[in-house]
Design a protein around this ligand. Structure first.
Ligand SMILES: *[C@@H]1O[C@H](CO)[C@@H](O)[C@H](O)[C@H]1NC(C)=O
Length: 269
């Protein structure tokens, strides 16, 4: 899932490799030190869904007019101040039964935007939620102590910091023709929440937006190391000065068809 955001995280990994070697961070830990802060990663479906080449029931891009039209959750990631992060912190395996009361909300606000399965921590493959819980969620201990709390808390933080609303209110509306200054998007979030978001792009389109939080979920700046990495032109995910915020387009339509058309593109499959 999310090749470009994993690219950022890989890029961070390269920069932080010395730190990781010296702290002896293990991929299948259990003995990693406690994280420093949370990063809430949100994805823009308009950008992800452009890449959908085939459909399946697990991909929310394939829901036609019911596909998400606002930022959705990618994950809540415990991070270290040096730009590295813990991963796979316990042997706890994802169990969908533990979050059965949340599935309705998660389907809507935390859907997978691809058909592929994701790697989990114990050599297997699983759902998007399984990946996020095993890889990241298990590392949010002791602040979030179990799977249910991880998903519930993430939903609540996401509801409280509605970046779709902030961008809409500032005039940054989904469009397949407009481009918006990245500085304006950053300012709108700063004005609303008094912190600087990190932003990742793909082919000039806004793909992910990150907000960081202290362990008590008060907003804070993300680690300096990762902000610097966002500016590196080495990274494919860095954003140009003007970015697009693409409208949702049903998968399977030819690219030229929608980029040259101005009719509303939301339609049932
Ligand atoms: C965020 O705000 C938008 C625009 O006001 C609204 O449509 C949407 O329902 C809100 N999302 C959440 C999760 O509250």
């Amino acid at each position: 899932m999310a090749s470009s955001s994993s690219l950022i995280r890989r890029t961070v990994l390269v920069a932080a490799i010395v730190a990781m070697v010296t702290t002896g961070e293990a991929d299948e830990g259990g003995n990693q030190r406690e994280f420093d802060y949370f990063k809430l990663a949100m994805q823009w479906p308009g950008t992800y869904c452009q890449r959908t080449r085939h459909c399946c029931s697990s991909n929310a891009c394939c829901r036609g007019s019911n596909s998400p039209a606002e930022f959705t959750i990618h994950g809540l990631w415990p991070d270290y101040n040096d730009g590295s992060w813990p991963a796979c912190c316990s042997r706890s395996r994802f169990n969908e039964k533990e979050i059965s009361t949340l599935v309705g909300a998660l389907d809507k606000y935390w859907p997978s935007l691809s058909c592929g399965s994701s790697s989990t921590c114990h050599g297997g493959k699983g759902s998007f939620w399984a990946h996020e819980w095993e890889k990241h969620g298990t590392c949010s201990f002791p602040v979030l102590q179990d799977e249910y709390n991880y998903f519930l808390t993430t939903l609540n933080v996401y509801f409280k910091y509605n970046i779709t609303r902030v961008l809409n209110d500032a005039g940054y509306l989904p469009s397949n023709t407009e481009k918006y200054p990245i500085g304006g998007i950053v300012s709108a979030i700063q004005n609303a929440f008094h912190v600087t978001p990190e932003i990742a792009c793909s082919n000039g389109a806004l793909e992910e937006l990150y907000l960081c939080f202290y362990k008590d979920f008060q907003p804070r700046e993300c680690a300096v190391g990762s902000i610097l990495l966002q500016d590196m032109s080495l990274s494919k995910s860095s954003c140009p000065k003007y970015v697009s915020l693409p409208e949702y387009v049903s998968p399977g339509r030819a690219k030229t068809e929608w980029t040259m058309s101005s009719v509303p593109q939301i339609e049932a499959l």
